[in-house]
Design a protein around this ligand. Structure first.
Ligand code: SF4
Length: 374
């Protein structure tokens, strides 16, 4: 088993753009931690090899207290074996990172911190319903560095309504000035069931123009790569030696175990996902079951995932591996469909790897969907 993901489904409030599974009632937290430890014990035999990456995501894992972390780590270290250099990441929100809290985190096994900053611009942060200011976010990063964390990632969002290229450039410059090791950056998506989506439908906000989105993406790539970051996945940039090992497992179709409500797992052939309800999750673990659904991926679905995840990364799709895993038919199908993009210099083959070119990255969704087997 390559990695373990733990979903902590609590946030203080909901951000306007968020459709992740989470709740704001923290009174369930104790029962939840009991249930989580129960699930970890019950599923310990699903991991066949030492754990290489452990990722606490959410939700907002920094809503947990020291006693919660102690119980979770004790359970995991008792029932699973870990590689000595395992990557152990905690997702945090800047507003939780008081001096005492960061000091407490530095005493725990975390060796990577991923901070949900999104923007350093206070108007944007208010619009997104984030609970911190730009200055507080910068202070939070510095506190982590002072407490000895030297593998720090931040999330930044672009393509917000009303965002100008100048504001985006300023956000990027502030991020670079923090001397962090990793940046994940996503274009705003109007997910159904979010407040942002309702504002859009009501005509109260206007999405940025497609041309501006493209220019912002180009600015992101050019600015970060000129400061030593490697653009190793469509949304991820890391300094050499600081790529997210956990996310690389997802992109390389490795197995992972997902614990907690709404967490997904993959065992190499089947995907499963736990019930997306804290109450039902707690009850199901209490009664000795883990309520979850499972689907077995067909060969076509596995091929589609192989192409999708491979093309998103700088390593691309290994054509020899494609042939070995899926056979001549899928290999030829992929290359036949890729040819017109190769001719247009949107895809390229390099040492047996099929990759997006810089131009191709900007229309990657369309290219990938043309290589899908439907
Ligand atoms: S903090 Fe993260 S998970 Fe929580 S509501 Fe905001 S975006 Fe969603």
């Amino acid at each position: 088993m390559a990695g373990i993901y733990i979903h902590i489904p609590f946030c203080l409030t909901r951000c306007t753009y968020c459709d992740f599974y989470m709740g704001t009632n923290e009174s369930h937290m104790e029962t939840f931690v009991d249930a989580l430890c129960g699930e970890a014990k019950r599923r310990k035999d699903e991991t066949g090899e030492p754990v290489q990456t452990l990722y606490f995501g959410g939700g907002t894992p920094s809503r947990l207290h020291r006693a919660h972390f102690d119980r979770i780590f004790e359970t995991l270290f008792t029932h699973y074996s870990f590689e000595p250099d395992a990557e152990i990441t905690l997702e945090v929100n800047p507003d939780d990172l008081s001096g005492d809290y960061v000091r407490m985190l530095s005493e725990l096994p975390f060796n990577r911190i991923s901070i949900g900053i999104q923007s350093f611009n206070d108007d944007e942060l208010r619009f997104l319903s984030r609970r911190h200011t730009g200055e507080e976010a910068m202070d939070a990063v510095k506190r982590c560095q002072q407490e000895g964390f030297h593998n720090i990632s931040i999330d930044l969002m672009y393509g917000l309504p009303g965002q100008t290229k100048a504001i985006w450039q300023e956000n990027l410059e502030k991020a670079i000035g923090l001397h962090i090791q990793h940046i994940s950056s996503y274009h705003l998506i109007y997910e159904e069931k979010t407040r942002m989506f309702r504002l859009l439908k009501a005509g109260k906000i206007k999405p940025v123009q497609e041309e501006t989105s493209t220019e912002m993406f180009a600015l992101l790539i050019d600015t970060l790569t000129s400061h030593g970051f490697i653009h190793y996945e469509i949304s991820a940039f890391g300094q050499p030696g600081y790529f997210s090992r956990h996310n690389c497992f997802y992109w390389k179709n490795e197995k992972y175990l997902g614990l907690g409500p709404a967490a997904h797992s993959y065992d190499g052939s089947n995907r499963s996902w736990n019930v997306a309800s804290i109450t039902r999750y707690n009850q199901s673990i209490g009664s000795g079951l883990v309520e979850r659904e499972t689907e077995q991926l067909s060969l076509h679905e596995k091929y589609n995932e192989f192409i999708l995840t491979g093309l998103r990364t700088m390593w691309g799709v290994d054509l020899q591996e494609l042939k070995i895993r899926f056979g001549e038919r899928f290999h030829d199908f992929c290359l036949e469909n890729a040819q017109r993009y190769i001719d247009q210099k949107l895809l390229k083959t390099e040492e047996g790897q099929l990759k997006l070119t810089r131009e191709g990255i900007f229309i990657s969704d369309g290219i990938m969907s043309d290589l899908m087997w439907v």
